[in-house]
Design a protein around this ligand. Structure first.
Ligand code: FES
Ligand SMILES: [Fe+2]
Length: 356
């Protein structure tokens, strides 16, 4: 599938990986087994035994090791075979499993699916807001989406769709579509921002503002960083344009390809209001998931079904003023993928495959 490989993707929420159980998830078309060692360290390896390719997740834990259900080969957390119950116990050279770097940060587990020697934790996106948040002011969630990850990036980078798709909670009342929002970019990121007045304010903020039926200054900003991480800042204030004095929600939408036509959608959400209210926190997360599931997902899934796996650009899409940021993100990602595919290591691998 088309995806950047030498980069960090979110593989799971940190809370999804408990002390004992295996978690198996397909990422970039590769089945990955994740678990925690006894000391809590998260580990990841291909969920495929090198003998007859049974998923290792069907097997069992033996201390920090994994034993295949089918014929009992055992592997350590680096994928090295440590035990064979067969014959004289000799371990064949091919009896090893590919392992992946897996780093816990910001409540997520980040995986590197590319060249192992290039996995540098310093390349994980910097989200200081998620460093040590108040537990009652932060929520992490997950959704499976039956659509290509770039359709989800399009959806978040072009929030004019909120005018048309979303109900009372996220209603922007037609204010975003007429705008040509400023877009700025650098080598690895694209940033887009909308500002507008709304009367009454968006349902997300209205009940918490001094005048729920009055006019509010609102804004939303989205920063995309490669390959598919989006950081949203959404705010509303009344009686001034000083957004810092108003209500702000920070939302992290981090998407990881599962396959060409499906995506793991992870998110984190923070806010500067009602920060010590755990029940509000839970309700906000539930509302967010409900909104995506009932308003965005049906549309994006239908779009995917209509497009199939045909290349997006080959369909010659009509372009509108609202597309600037999403198109820039698509082009930047494509450039990074092209550069990765043209790298000397990949050229050498392709040559080896051709002569094999
Ligand atoms: S398939 Fe795993 S040991 Fe045979
Ligand atoms: Fe949406």
């Amino acid at each position: 599938m088309k995806a950047l490989r030498n980069t960090w993707y979110v593989a799971a929420l940190a809370k999804e990986l408990d002390a004992q159980a295996f978690l198996s998830r397909k990422l970039l078309d590769v089945s990955v087994l994740m678990y925690r060692k006894a000391d809590g360290t998260p580990v990841a390896m291909q969920d495929r035994c090198p003998h007859r390719f049974a998923p290792l997740s069907l097997g069992k834990r033996v201390g920090d090791e994994v034993q295949c259900l089918y014929h009992g080969l055992r592997f350590d957390s680096n994928g090295a075979c440590t035990h064979s119950p067969h014959g004289d116990g000799q371990v064949p050279a091919r009896a090893c499993v590919r392992s992946f770097s897996l780093v816990e940060r910001y409540g997520f587990l980040w995986i590197w699916m590319g060249d192992a020697n290039r996995a540098d934790a310093k390349l994980i996106p910097h989200y200081p807001l998620l460093d040590n948040p108040l537990p009652t002011a932060v929520a992490h969630g997950y959704m499976h989406m039956p659509a290509n990850y770039e359709l989800i990036v399009d959806n978040v980078m072009d929030l004019s769709h909120v005018d048309h798709v979303h109900g009372p909670l996220l209603n922007t009342a037609g204010h975003l579509s007429p705008q040509k929002p400023p877009v700025t970019e650098d080598s690895n990121s694209v940033l887009v921002r909308w500002e507008w007045q709304q009367h009454p304010p968006m349902g997300l903020f209205a009940p918490l503002l001094p005048d729920p039926a009055g006019e509010a200054e609102q804004f939303v900003q989205v920063q995309w960083t490669a390959p598919s991480n989006m950081f949203l800042t959404v705010g509303a204030v009344q009686g001034s344009r000083d957004y810092e004095r108003g209500l702000i929600s920070w939302d992290f939408h981090l998407v990881t390809p599962e396959s060409e036509t499906s995506t793991h959608y992870f998110f984190g959400s923070l806010r500067n209001f009602m920060v010590d209210n755990g029940a509000f926190n839970d309700a906000k997360l539930e509302n967010m998931i409900h909104t995506f599931k009932t308003e965005d997902e049906p549309l994006i899934a239908a779009q995917q079904a209509e497009m199939g796996t045909t290349d997006f650009w080959s369909l010659k899409p009509a372009l509108l003023s609202c597309d600037t940021a999403s198109v820039k993100a698509r082009r930047r990602l494509q450039k990074l993928i092209d550069e990765e595919n043209a790298s000397p290591q990949n050229a050498a691998r392709a040559a080896m495959r051709a002569t094999a």
